[in-house]
Ligand binder design. Structure first.
Ligand code: COA
Length: 384
């Protein structure tokens, strides 16, 4: 684990709700290329209640803040290890996020399962894991925690903030939390507000977990997997095939995926992060989505919304609506697609298309940062 630090670098505009106390005296490290932990002190959550002492697990690859920085946010059950695991083909020397030229930060979300403070952490009140008593963060709390981490690391701006699904939702809140500190926002398969169909699927998953605990988590994952893929994908891979034991192959596949999640996750964490997703609505208390996005327009944050035809969870119509709202707000916004038979999960598998999309958005973010006069030309030489 990395040492953690006491001063609050880059903290001239700390996020509301963030109170950093008792921070150790050494700044957490940058560019280590492995998952580390940073103590962020106490954060207050939108829901109120006791302030929460927060540690976030993070991974930073590449150069520090003298070079452009990129924020990558993970999806529902992801980890800080984008560069070594779930987005590995996109991050590293010579890749879309070329870590010889740009710094890349990814953190395990507050409430997550991979090293950040969450339901499996020990409650200072009871001395036992929080479990269901873990305070519920909102997507905005998640964004504030990420900014608190950036402050702690001395990162003042991101030329690009991106992520898929829940990660794309939180990336939006990251940009809205400090619009003047983000240049390009790239949400993938993530709407401006979670719609009723997704909430419906999430509701059934939460009910399963509530009723059945671990078994409920397995079944929740099975249900979720049917929303992450597509009819074409299942037809192509499983058709009406059967396993040796007589089960349909698709049933066997879902059983496997459910068990696999249970091996690496827990029901309380899953429920917390599903509720973050349910509550996502950039327009809440901001006069609606268009009004919210006006802050991006004012700060000249460009937006590229990525839709995936065949995504039944957060499909193209929802992403086009996000882009329309951003455009109506006056932002420079565009819509692009990933073509795939995979459905929602395309943002985790279609590497060639992702490479092109991310490279374009990064180049645009860097050009914007230079144009705004906030990125010195020497810092970005060759970075795009
Ligand atoms: N019966 C049992 N298991 C089967 C099977 C069958 N008929 N067919 C395939 N499998 C197993 C494989 O053996 C393999 O097991 P392993 O992962 O333990 O090695 C697994 O299923 C492969 O899964 P698959 O979905 O085919 O992988 P992929 O390469 O197409 O996709 C990921 C990779 C990372 C996208 C995918 O595995 C995943 O995790 N998807 C969910 C991600 C997610 O959470 N998305 C939503 C974010 S909100």
């Amino acid at each position: 684990m990395a040492p953690t630090g006491s001063s609050v670098p880059g903290g001239d505009h700390p996020s509301p709700g963030t109170h950093r106390t008792h921070l150790p005296s050494v700044r957490p490290s940058l560019g280590a290329g492995q998952v580390e932990a940073a103590d962020l002190g106490e954060l207050s959550l939108e829901a109120g209640g006791r302030r929460l002492s927060v540690t976030l697990a993070y991974r930073h690859d590449g150069p520090g803040p003298d070079a452009p920085q990129v924020l990558v946010v993970h999806a529902l059950t992801g980890s800080a290890d984008a560069a070594g695991d779930w987005w590995e083909p996109l991050i590293g020397p010579g890749r879309a996020l070329d870590t010889t030229k740009v710094g890349v930060l990814c953190a395990n979300l507050l409430g997550g399962r991979y090293g950040s403070t969450g339901p499996t952490s020990i409650s200072p009140v009871t001395g036992r894991p929080f479990g269901v008593s873990f305070p519920q963060p909102s997507a905005r709390d998640e964004a504030r925690a990420l900014w608190a981490l950036a402050d702690r690391l001395g990162i003042e701006r991101f030329v690009l903030a991106t992520g898929g699904s829940l990660g794309g939702m939180i990336a939006q809140e990251v940009a809205l939390e400090r619009p003047a500190s983000v240049d390009h926002l790239l949400p993938m398969a993530a709407p401006a507000a979670t719609g009723p169909m997704a909430i419906a699927w999430n509701h059934i998953q939460l009910e399963l977990i509530d009723a059945l605990g671990d078994r409920g988590l397995e079944l929740a994952r099975q249900l979720a997997m049917t929303t992450y893929r597509s009819e074409a994908d299942f037809d192509e891979r499983f058709a009406r095939g059967r396993e040796a034991d007589g089960r349909f192959s698709i049933a066997s596949y879902l059983d496997h995926q459910g068990r696999k999640l249970l091996d690496r996750f827990d029901p309380d964490t899953y429920a917390v992060l599903v509720r973050v997703m349910d509550g996502h609505d950039v327009g809440r208390d901001r006069g609606g989505v268009i009004e919210a996005f006006r802050a991006l327009a004012r700060a000249r944050v460009a937006v590229t919304g990525i839709g995936i035809p065949g995504d039944i969870l957060y499909g193209p119509d929802q992403i086009r609506a996000l882009v329309r709202a951003a455009t109506a707000a006056g932002a420079d916004a565009r819509y692009r697609e990933i073509h795939s038979t995979k459905g929602h999960d395309a943002f985790l598998v279609e590497w060639d298309q992702l490479t092109s999309i991310i490279a374009d958005a990064l180049a645009d973010g860097i050009a914007l940062g230079v144009g705004k006069g906030v990125l010195p030309l020497e810092a970005v030489a060759g970075a795009a």
